[in-house]
Design a protein around this ligand. Structure first.
Ligand code: PNS
Length: 173
């Protein structure tokens, strides 16, 4: 500690499935990177909710390309409990985005659970209102049914999704 301030920059972890990353995720990364010294975008390897559509390698590659211009942000991945990963990473805070009121209900208990397990607090950023309806699952559904998601996902993500859709059509036609 120097003058009551931490001697290294504040390390924040932004965890998620990122299956795939959306413009809403990227907006949170850009804004959080301005608030904290280091921002680690941490991909959960085995999300419990569902099996991911994009492999870990694909999600890492997409995110790395999306955040390449943000010097204090990097991509990592973790298995198991977020609280354990946060402690092992010596992170100072967890960052999450909040889109709508229903996010708050689940995120509040997650934040309290993570703090009770790791003593690390969660900081919330309100999503930009233009992304308040954007989720990875909706983006996938709309895209694979032929809808235009070009304004909802970053360009590297759109490119890989298009390649995947072409592959799916080849397999099923
Ligand atoms: O993008 P998502 O799917 O909403 O992210 C959810 C994530 C990865 C933050 C959450 O599932 C998580 O923390 N998973 C790790 C397992 C864990 O620690 N579960 C208890 C959370 S209180």
């Amino acid at each position: 500690m120097t003058n009551g301030k931490p001697s290294r920059s504040t390390r924040a972890i932004y965890p998620g499935s990122f299956d795939p990353p959306t413009c809403g995720h990227l907006d949170v990364v850009e804004r959080a990177a301005k608030c904290f010294g280091e921002l680690v975008v941490a991909i959960v390897v085995n999300p419990q909710k569902r099996s991911p559509m994009f492999s870990l390698d694909e999600r890492v590659a997409m995110l790395k390309e999306c955040i390449a211009s943000i010097p204090n942000a990097r991509v990592e991945h973790f298995r198991g409990l977020l609280a354990d990963y946060v402690k092992a990473s010596q992170a100072d805070v967890i960052v999450k985005g909040l889109r709508v009121v229903s996010d708050f209900e689940s995120e509040m208990s997650a934040a309290l659970m993570n703090r009770s397990l790791s003593e690390v607090d969660t900081f919330f950023l309100m999503s930009d209102q233009k992304y308040s309806f954007v989720s990875s699952s909706l983006v996938k559904e709309v895209f694979f049914l032929g809808g235009d998601v070009g304004s909802l996902v970053p360009e590297p993500v759109l490119r890989l999704m298009a390649r995947k859709r072409a592959g799916l059509h080849e397999t099923h036609s």
